[in-house]
Design a binder for this molecule. Structure first.
Ligand SMILES: [Cu+2]
Length: 401
């Protein structure tokens, strides 16, 4: 269905960690979606699920936002401006009249405080371009209104069509999604899955943390919790690639677009779900010299991130996820982590995996956190983390408070 302002509320019942069929599809509006956040359990409950009575409500929109992989303008590990960094030069990160540089439009999940989608929810500064953190305990229900707001993605000037889709989803957290033995929390994730590799290159993923019953508040209060997202972003492969060329290198657009005028074909493809991919289906001429491949951590390359910070002796939980085409090796200079009961200097992770590791902040300093693959490291996979020393004042809110 194509209209200029289609707004649909789709109600879906899903269980975390397993796939349960979605249910009704009813054209309606945002207040109707909000009214579907009614605390009613979905029609299907996985075996072993005992409802705690706790409901967590989240409001998440998929939006276009401008993102700079290197907002300081520096390769902060070499300590030089980006345009003097041989690594940035080598990998095509320097903007020119034939290269976009480090700033792109991306499709990102944004958290809001309520069903009016008027105000962003507060998220940690180190979270970067990840979607908002969703949380719940085993036995809880998470209700989500997710709204797609990607109407600025119209590509072909001859078409002025877009659709807006809003979903109300109830997710139950069954015992099969519980944390590993001996720990109280575990990372899961959500992501777009229409054309997954193009979606991931554009952004569109976020973390879910599941806790054991009656441990969420305690775990959050007594640990520093950090999300680490390893995601290679091939901007030439993003479904926004042409959009970015048109916006940032308009004089190159005619040679990149390969527009046939054939698309979108009425009634073809999954148009009610994801209009942009349909428009980008024709082969484009966007390549890596125009739109580079980035290897960021939470969306930042070359230690452009706000540091992940701890006070000395703080317990920290590092939740690590990988989306993309490569294995990564999480490595913290200066401190070890414990993963599945084993002390490790480096933790490997594959695409689609999520790992939960624990650290005690014993060794003070401003340290490097990297992917240990040299090629990824040289392309930007390095970030700061900081442990305040006992002889300096730790400015963070103390744990346990
Ligand atoms: Cu890597």
């Amino acid at each position: 269905m194509r209209t200029s302002s289609l707004l649909i509320c789709v109600s879906a019942a899903l269980a975390l960690g397993s796939i349960i069929p979605s249910v009704t599809t009813t054209p309606t509006d945002l207040p109707a979606c909000a009214s579907q956040m009614d605390g009613k359990l979905p029609y299907y409950q996985p075996m072993g699920f005992n409802f705690s009575g706790n409901i967590h409500r989240y409001y998440v929109a998929a939006e276009v936002d401008t993102w700079d992989y290197a907002p300081t303008g520096y390769d902060n590990w070499l300590g030089v401006p980006m345009n003097e960094s041989f690594r940035a030069q080598t990998y095509g990160y320097i903007g020119s009249n034939t290269s976009i540089g480090t700033t792109y439009d991306k499709a990102l999940y944004k958290g809001y405080t309520g069903p009016d989608f008027a105000q962003y929810s507060e998220q940690p500064d180190w979270l970067g371009f990840n979607g908002p953190i969703l949380r719940g305990e085993v036995g809880d229900m998470i209700e989500i209104i997710s709204s797609r707001r990607l109407r600025s993605l119209q590509m072909a000037s001859t078409f002025t069509l877009f659709s807006n889709l809003t979903l109300t989803t109830s997710r139950l957290i069954p015992p099969s999604s519980a944390p590993d033995p001996g720990v109280d929390s575990k990372l899961w994730a959500y992501h777009s899955y229409v054309s997954m590799y193009q979606d991931a290159d554009a952004g569109l993923s976020g973390p879910v943390i599941v806790y054991n019953p009656s441990t969420m508040n305690k775990t959050m209060a007594n640990n520093r919790e950090f999300i680490i997202f390893y995601g290679d972003n091939q901007e030439s492969n993003s479904f926004l690639a042409l959009h970015n060329v048109r916006k940032y290198l308009p004089n190159m657009f005619p040679s990149m677009a390969n527009e046939t005028g054939m698309y979108p074909m009425p009634g073809a493809g999954n148009e009610t779900y994801w209009y942009p991919q349909e428009v980008n289906s024709p082969l484009t001429n966007v390549n890596t010299s125009v739109a580079a491949n980035f290897f960021p951590i939470n969306g930042w390359i070359f230690a452009n991130n706000p540091p992940f910070s701890m006070c000395i002796n703080d317990p920290a939980i590092w939740y690590i996820m990988d989306m993309g085409f490569d294995t990564h090796v999480a490595h913290w200079h200066g401190n070890n982590v414990v993963h599945n009961g084993i002390t490790m200097a480096s933790v490997p992770i594959n695409p689609g995996q999520m790992l939960t590791t624990h650290m005690t902040a014993l060794n003070p300093g401003l340290w490097q956190f990297i992917c240990h693959f040299n090629t990824h490291l040289s392309k930007g996979m390095e970030a700061w983390y900081r442990i305040y020393a006992p002889w300096e004042e730790c400015p963070l809110v103390p744990l346990g408070s």
